[in-house]
Design a protein. Structure first.
Length: 302
């Protein structure tokens, strides 16, 4: 099935759901057929096509039936759309509305555009002298506001990192982590495993004046200690200086229970004699997308 035919069929399914005129068995059959066609198609790493923000928006729209989602910089009167994904017609209409008032949406929860009504939801972030907003519009009654909140948490964290002392380092680390995790899962056909999120919440208190060299040294030290704990049969990814994602091989059975991994008497991390207090959370992984993984992580972080 060609790309255009797949998109047309998905659009038809979406409209039938929105209009509540669908047959459940027929929709399930159609989606299974589309999934089969996609599985036969050549695989590619979509993360190479767009940056992390764009990928998050695209995946969110597809997963939760949003028609358009935008990231806005509202720090001045000039329209500044940092990133977006969705319907180009809606984007153009949105630009027109923003030109007269770049915060027209603040007291709205719905909007009518070209004879169609859309639910509207947004969240904002004040950071120093800057104001950012994430806005989403949807016709679907199946849209989940709580998932939009998780998306905002992810993106606002990236924006906060970009305001750090060395913004390019933090942004590049985060984006490269997403690429590396996605590639590892695809290349090693990880489908049924458990992920572990290790958090070192007090690390900034212990090393608050550290420069980049020390940051990288601590990070490598933590990663080496994690490899020893998991007998080298894992991939370890730095989500941030204080958070690490551990992905075991498909058939690996960890020697330690989750209780052991949180017990400082069983497992402890040190850097040059300083104990790095940690916590560990287990995340079930069942052939999920990279977006689902990060969504689970942010559910834990809340």
């Amino acid at each position: 099935m060609k790309k255009e035919e797949l998109l047309a069929e998905l659009e038809e399914i979406k409209n039938s759901i929105i209009n509540k005129s669908f047959n459940l068995k027929q929709v399930e059959s159609s989606l299974l057929g589309i999934e089969e066609s996609l599985n036969k198609a050549p695989r590619f790493h979509s993360v190479y096509k767009y940056n992390i923000l764009k990928n998050l928006l695209i995946t969110f729209n597809l997963t939760y039936l949003s028609d358009i989602t935008l990231i806005l910089d509202l720090s001045s009167d000039i329209l500044n759309i940092l990133s977006y994904a969705g319907d180009e017609i809606l984007l153009n209409e949105f630009r027109v509305l923003m030109e007269s008032d770049n915060q027209f949406f603040k007291n709205m929860n719905s909007i009518k555009i070209k004879n169609s009504s859309y639910d509207l939801i947004y969240e904002s972030l004040n950071l120093n002298d800057n104001v950012y907003a994430i806005l989403s519009m949807t016709e679907s009654k199946l849209f989940k506001p709580e998932k939009f909140h998780v998306l905002c948490n992810m993106i606002f964290d990236i924006i906060r990192y970009s305001h750090a002392s060395d913004e390019t380092i933090f942004r590049d680390l985060f984006e490269q982590t997403v690429i590396d995790i996605n590639n590892y899962i695809d290349d090693n056909q990880i489908t049924d495993s458990e992920l572990f999120l290790f958090k070192f919440n007090k690390i900034y208190d212990s090393f608050h004046t550290m420069d980049l060299g020390i940051i990288l040294d601590i990070s490598e030290s933590i990663k080496e200690q994690l490899k020893i704990i998991f007998k080298q049969r894992v991939a370890i990814f730095r989500f941030s200086l204080s958070e690490y994602i551990v992905i075991p091989e498909n058939d690996y059975m960890p020697e330690y229970t989750i209780s052991d991994l949180n017990n400082a008497n069983e497992i402890n991390f040190k850097y040059k004699g300083v104990v790095l207090k940690h916590s560990c959370t287990k995340i079930s992984f069942d052939n999920q997308s990279i977006y689902n993984i990060f969504e689970n992580i942010y559910g834990i972080k809340k």
